[in-house]
Design a binder for this molecule. Structure first.
Ligand code: SF4
Ligand code: SF4
Length: 202
């Protein structure tokens, strides 16, 4: 019979005295490593609904739907957890200081019904006050106005959205302009209506 070597004997004795490397999952919850990249999650308080994450997602795991004819106009941001590859591009390119969507340590992705493998958040939309097309999410317009500061006062769409968001818009100003026949120019408008109202003299 071949006798075990000293080193193998020592290893055997050591393993008898130390804890096992394997965990008792699923009886004991698994704690991933700190650098583990798990499922990303939207943060509805930080996300401004700009769609940058949708543009950069290599797996097309982010999508959106704009609802304008049913209650408050809103954008539904959708993250499909079954197609996401946890690459982190969405977080890396998020304009909201990389806080609108963030990778988490969530790794448990099993589900019984694949059609339910998604999460959503909603952001309120700003529509053109003349034609009703979608301009952007209200939070996104606010984000731009804050980013460019006083320059936003060169764009009625930006400063009106910003002031309305702060509830300090003076409707009397709008009425005064209406009397002069120029009310449309200080409305929140899409690019097309802005051009048409600017070029049209009334
Ligand atoms: S982690 Fe990657 S694949 Fe998943 S949603 Fe973000 S960009 Fe898309
Ligand atoms: S703010 Fe960030 S998470 Fe929200 S839509 Fe833009 S890129 Fe995506």
């Amino acid at each position: 019979m071949k006798l075990p070597k000293i080193r193998e004997l020592l290893e055997a004795i050591k393993s008898l005295l130390t804890k096992p490397y394997t965990s008792k999952f699923p009886y004991v919850p698994h704690e991933p490593y700190p650098s583990f990249r798990g499922q990303p999650k939207f943060n509805p308080d930080k996300c401004v609904g700009c769609l940058a994450c949708e543009q950069v997602c290599p797996a097309e795991a982010i999508s959106h739907r704009d609802i304008v004819d049913d209650g408050i106009p809103r954008r539904i941001m959708i993250h499909y957890t079954d197609t996401c590859i946890f690459c982190g591009s969405c977080e890396a390119n998020c304009i909201a200081d990389n806080e609108g969507i963030k990778l988490t340590k969530e790794w448990e992705l099993s589900f019984f019904d694949r059609s339910q493998a998604y999460e959503t958040i909603e952001k309120e939309l700003q529509l053109c006050e003349i034609c009703g097309v979608v301009i952007a999410c209200k939070d996104h317009l606010k984000w731009i106005a804050e980013k460019i500061g006083e320059l936003s006062f060169s764009s009625p769409t930006l400063y009106q959205s910003y002031l309305k968001g702060l509830n300090i818009i003076d409707e009397n100003i709008l009425k005064a302009y209406k009397d002069k026949g120029r009310s449309d120019r200080i409305k929140i408008l899409c690019a097309r209506c802005r051009r048409e109202t600017t070029l049209t003299t009334k």
